[in-house]
Design a binder for this molecule. Structure first.
Ligand code: HAM
Length: 426
């Protein structure tokens, strides 16, 4: 039987894992810069957590979750996103009681959604997300957005736009809901089965229906922004004013409603027109969620956050690939005695912090030189019978092509001298 990875999953092979590490490192550096700390939550949670938070009329909950019963018949779901887990942990560990009222967390890791795999869409994919919990302030909304923009800028992603909108507070949403129902009622029978369900339960979800998206009734649907309460409008105006002051470019996108139910007030997405990603592809999105924590049994603590799809960020990194760093030394023993000596030397060199590898295939010089080349080795260290006898090694610098005989006890100082002021793996 031939095995293959399940549809929608991808093996990250060693030739690209270096680029993933680069992306992860860049993200961690930005998080340190913003004083955002990492939180790691489980990859599976009780199903109820996601249905309660993401919302039981959303596509994610109704169609895309990997849900199964464990051996004790508890319903378990592989996390489709990261916000719910962070919110659960925040409540469970009473992190709202910490002296620092604003808590800022980030996470990176695999998420699971049963979607049709395609350009930048997988069933197991990775997110980098940030959640800022504790304050209702528009300043924190903007801190999130600026951080998200910083990430795409640091990656050199061009043609990206920050789209923002406001869904308003409880009061705004109630009046908006009525307006939506009034708008859709005459065409209800023409909409898909799902939308007819959504109409009663959550008419907002009709707006991001993939089936009915071209129905004419969608065109002039009421906009959230026209139904904002006074305080919701003030909040949104302040967000826009702060972005203006910081000279962060954005567009107010009144069609932006997001696909998850926990949002209120500010929502945003970073949309790319990079041809490699496909037009209008959403690299990341997020927004404010003021009732999520209390819905999960915690106090009334507001939050705001965002998440990026890391596969989509990787596509961006693809444009600007770094030259792969090579080995400091590739050891080339010829014969068994030489190999025994090479094992001693390589262990000593690695303990001294040098990046090394050696031939384990007992090949001739030619094959070994090919490996030295493939690994971009700075030095090839040739050890033959002659060298073993004389207690020396032959160091060939692969840049200058110069060869030097070096006594065993001088190997480290020889390499160090050579790298002085130049490149060396730390
Ligand atoms: P989301 O918009 O559902 O938001 O997902 C965020 C990002 O994850 C998307 O913009 C996309 O780049 C990526 N993504 C989603 N599904 C897939 C997939 N099947 N394959 C590849 N990438 C995908 C959230 O998940 C919220 N938790 C964001 C948030 C955090 N809101 C507040 N805090």
């Amino acid at each position: 039987m031939a095995y293959s990875a399940p549809r929608g999953t991808v093996d990250i092979l060693s030739d690209v894992s270096g680029k993933w590490q680069e992306l992860e490192q860049l993200i961690r550096t930005i998080c340190v810069n913003y004083n955002v700390k990492e939180m790691r939550t489980p990859i599976f949670e009780h199903t109820e957590l996601f249905t309660r938070s993401i919302g039981d009329t959303t596509d994610v909950v109704t169609k895309e979750m990997y849900t199964f019963d464990d051996k004790k018949k508890r319903s378990i779901t592989l996390r489709p996103e990261g916000t719910a887990g962070i919110a659960r942990a925040y409540v469970e560990h009473k992190l709202y009681a910490l002296p620092e009222k604003l808590q800022k967390y980030y996470y990176m890791g695999p998420m699971f959604r049963y979607e049709r795999p395609g350009n930048g869409r997988q069933r197991q994919f990775h997110q980098f997300g940030v959640e800022m919990l504790g304050l209702e302030s528009p300043y924190v909304d903007v801190e999130c957005m600026v951080m998200a923009v910083t990430v795409v800028e640091a990656l050199g992603l061009r043609n990206v736009k920050l789209h923002i909108n406001s869904l308003g507070d409880e009061e705004s949403r109630n009046t908006y809901r009525e307006a939506l129902k009034k708008h859709f009622a005459p065409a209800l029978s023409e909409l898909c089965f799902d939308c007819q369900q959504r109409f009663e339960k959550n008419p907002l979800r009709i707006l991001d229906c993939k089936v009915d998206k071209d129905h004419p009734i969608m065109n002039n649907a009421p906009k959230t922004i026209d139904y904002l309460s006074e305080s919701a409008k003030n909040h949104f105006d302040k967000v826009c004013a702060l972005l203006d002051d910081l000279e962060i470019e954005y567009v107010i996108d009144t069609n932006l409603v997001r696909g998850l139910d926990y949002y209120s007030h500010t929502v945003f997405e970073i949309i790319s027109d990079d041809p490699q990603m496909g037009q209008g592809s959403t690299v990341g999105g997020g927004g404010r969620y003021n009732t999520l924590i209390s819905e999960l049994g915690g106090p009334e603590v507001p939050g705001v956050g965002f998440a990026f799809g890391m596969e989509r960020l990787m596509l961006a990194l693809g444009n600007a690939q770094n030259e792969e760093d090579g080995l400091d030394v590739y050891l080339m023993p010829l014969g068994e005695q030489a190999k025994d000596l090479a094992v001693q030397i390589i262990t000593m060199l690695r303990a001294n912090g040098f990046t090394c590898d050696m031939d384990q295939c007992d090949r001739g010089l030619k094959g070994q030189f090919k490996s030295a080349d493939r690994y971009h080795a700075h030095f090839s260290m040739i050890i033959g019978d002659e060298e073993v006898k004389k207690e020396v090694v032959n160091m060939k610098c692969n840049h200058s092509k110069e060869q030097t005989e070096v006594a065993l006890e001088n190997i480290v100082s020889f390499i160090e001298e050579h790298f002085e002021g130049g490149h060396h793996h730390e």
